[in-house]
Design a protein around this ligand. Sequence first.
Ligand code: HEC
Ligand code: HEC
Length: 328
Amino acid sequence: MKKFLKWVGIVLAVLIGLLIVGLGIVYFQTEARLNKVYDLPKETVLIPTDEASIARGKHIYQFRGCQACHGGTDAYDLLLLQSQADGCLLHNTDEIDRLQGNVYMDDPAVGKVIATNLTSGRGGVGDKYNDETWVHAIRHGIRYDGKPLLFMPSTEFYYLSDEDLGATIAYIESVPPVDNELPASQVSMTGRLIMALVPAVSFMPAELIPHDAPRPVAPAVGVTPEYGEYLTQSCKVCHGLSMSGGPIPGFPSSWPPAPNLTWGGGSALPRWTESDFITAMRTGKRPQGQPLNSTYMPWTSFRHMDDLELKAVWVYLQALPQKDYGNR
Ligand code: HEC
Ligand code: HEC
């Protein structure tokens, strides 16, 4: 009996030892990926200083979804919408720009991810950036110190034209400092295990971006399918690369599936008019009045798109190859 217990003890000790070594390897491998310093090609865009370009930058910041993560004017906007619906007037209609940052994710399975305070206030990174490193962060997902950013969706913003990116940076630089100290982003041990064992999942968009490839050419502004496609990179995360919808991979099973946005089988859009589409994207109400839940379908960002932009998206959806529902 004593001998048996001794053997159990030895086996357990060996297993625990192997586990510690395994976790140590995972830790050091992921640490190397998280701290890799990228050497990016030189890349600058013109940062405009005129009021019209800064206003355009704010518009892009709003509808491309930056403000949903980093903070912006939305809280105020929603208050204004609510007050109009209630029939009362807000007395102070000054917009308050607050790029104060937010906790984006706090989940022990992945870790803590902070969408940074982008101003130069306390806790912000504004004064650590220059014209070139802003470009690296937004287009390439690389922080000012050359290391990869976590979960910042630069795979979408890689396609931003020089003009749109320059205007967005001009807007960010124009916003007054806000003091908001947030903890640093951190990946948990289970998050590191996912990083090491599931190659299809990357927490760092920088690992997926072709940094040295020639820049994609942005289409001219206009009501064309090409410009519509330029505006819809973010839709594909949920509606699929072919936009035919279906359950969204990697998202909680409690989420509704994304509907088919092509004209193929199972799509509601052939029964919509252009104005139905614009109303749904601006107000979250479908033609039959059934609401779009903004927790799942971020129309609260897209509602900032102007008429030309929404019309371009509408012609793009109509021009897509028709796919039956769920052929993501
Ligand atoms: C889905 C949420 C999300 C969206 C949308 C998003 N970001 Fe981020 N962004 C993040 C997170 C999270 C980080 C910080 C990651 C980290 O700490 O590694 C970040 C980091 C950044 C940084 C680098 C800051 C630093 O910590 O050094 C800049 C600049 C930035 N974002 C700008 C933008 C702009 C401009 C847009 C829109 C065009 C945008 N972001 C959209 C989540 C988001
Ligand atoms: C984060 C995931 C996500 C993103 C990003 C997203 N959608 Fe959606 N979308 C959904 C979900 C989920 C629904 C269904 C929502 C519901 O039933 O409340 C939906 C519904 C819709 C509908 C209603 C369709 C119908 O048949 O009722 C339209 C139109 C739509 N999305 C267009 C877009 C466009 C255009 C974009 C990009 C500019 C986009 N979505 C980006 C998740 C997303």
